[in-house]
Design a protein around this ligand. Structure first.
Ligand code: COA
Length: 324
């Protein structure tokens, strides 16, 4: 029997309308455009409007991906949403999106792997398709991370933004996703976390203490080292070499982390998709937003090999090597 591959047949994305520049942030917190750009590469981020939710962005991104694919919602038999900022505790954002799309009946669930959420969701959906259980899957990464930010905390507030991206995956005899890798190490949990919730309780603080806490310099070091070995592992799993990769589509957290991974792959920066300057770190939204930009701008062409990777709180890290 010929192997079953999952192929990305279309992409879509959604960003909140409001873009906030570094100069805008200078007015509310002790920072500067120069500091933000030189340390992170970020120039602006999009911020969800009052009442605009992760589910709203996920729905729009999914709708655009389905329209581009020419696939009806009723044909989808799996929806996986990577998110760490669901609209409500339950039902999952995947169920909320499913209902709005009219895809009722198919399996739908969320994956919380922080910034690696979309990469985990893609890896899981790939396995569903390879098992023969799923023919068409909708995989979404969506976040409203700015809801977990203290705008007085300059160490974190300049880094994040909101947004969503989606792909339609289809079972095919043509490649396809060649390899996916997924890892986590909860031993690092305190370097990047949001330690409030249903069981441990909330706090008598603004926004009930819901905010990201991060040891930036330590996260940076582990991210660079971990992504270095992740891309090597992914190439090996796919039986490929650095020179086989046409495009690196990395998690968009920090331009310096992206440059370090590109160097490891011996890839010039003109073969790396960079959107961190426009979107900042949108967590699970970041890789599918970058992918949709790469496809719609005409950079990524059918038949090219793409290496997607992400790293985030947990720590979690995950990747996919695929032919687009
Ligand atoms: N504006 C101006 N100054 C700031 C600032 C801001 N927004 N945030 C921090 N600073 C200051 C610090 O207070 C520190 O001041 P000090 O030297 O007087 O103590 C100084 O800038 C340098 O801080 P440092 O931590 O050395 O900066 P850095 O070069 O490590 O860059 C990060 C900081 C957060 C940008 C960087 O560590 C990073 O990107 N880490 C990874 C974060 C990440 O990607 N997280 C998500 C993973 S999914």
């Amino acid at each position: 029997m010929a192997p079953i591959y999952s192929r990305i047949i279309a992409t879509g994305s959604a960003l909140p309308e409001r873009a906030v520049s570094n100069a805008d942030l200078e007015k509310i917190v002790d920072t500067s455009d120069e500091w933000i750009r030189s340390r992170t590469g970020i120039r602006q981020r999009h911020i969800a409007a009052d009442g605009e939710t992760t589910g709203d962005l996920a729905f729009l991104a999914a709708q655009r991906a389905l329209e581009t694919a020419g696939v009806k919602a009723a044909e989808i038999d799996l929806i996986v949403v990577g998110t760490t900022t669901p609209d409500i505790i339950f039902p999952s954002t995947a169920c909320l999106v499913q209902q709005r799309l009219g895809a009722n009946g198919c399996a739908a669930f969320d994956v919380n792997a922080a910034c690696s959420g979309f990469m985990y969701a893609l890896g899981i959906a790939d396995k569903f398709i390879k098992s023969g259980q799923t023919k068409k899957a909708l995989v979404i990464g969506a976040e409203t991370l700015t809801r977990m930010i203290d705008w007085n905390e300059r160490e974190t507030c300049v880094l994040f933004g909101d947004g969503a991206g989606a792909v339609v995956l289809e079972a095919s005899s043509e490649p396809g996703i060649y390899a996916t890798c997924m890892h986590a190490d909860g031993g690092y949990k305190e370097l990047l976390w949001n330690p409030v919730g249903v069981s441990v309780g909330f706090k008598d603080e603004p926004n009930h203490g819901v905010r990201i806490k991060m040891a930036g310099r330590e996260v940076f070091k582990v991210a660079v080292k971990t992504l270095d070995s992740l891309v090597g592992e992914t190439l090996e799993a796919a039986g490929m070499h650095e020179a086989d990769i046409d495009w690196l589509i990395p998690h968009q957290a920090n331009l310096r982390i992206i440059e370090a991974t590109a160097k490891r792959l011996e890839m010039p920066m003109d073969r790396v998709i960079v959107t961190v300057d426009q979107h900042a770190n949108t967590s699970s939204g970041s890789v599918p937003l970058a992918l949709d930009y790469a496809v719609r701008s005409g950079k990524v062409q059918r038949g090219q090999n793409l290496l997607l990777e992400a790293f985030g709180g947990g720590f979690t890290w995950a990747s996919a090597l695929l032919r687009y």
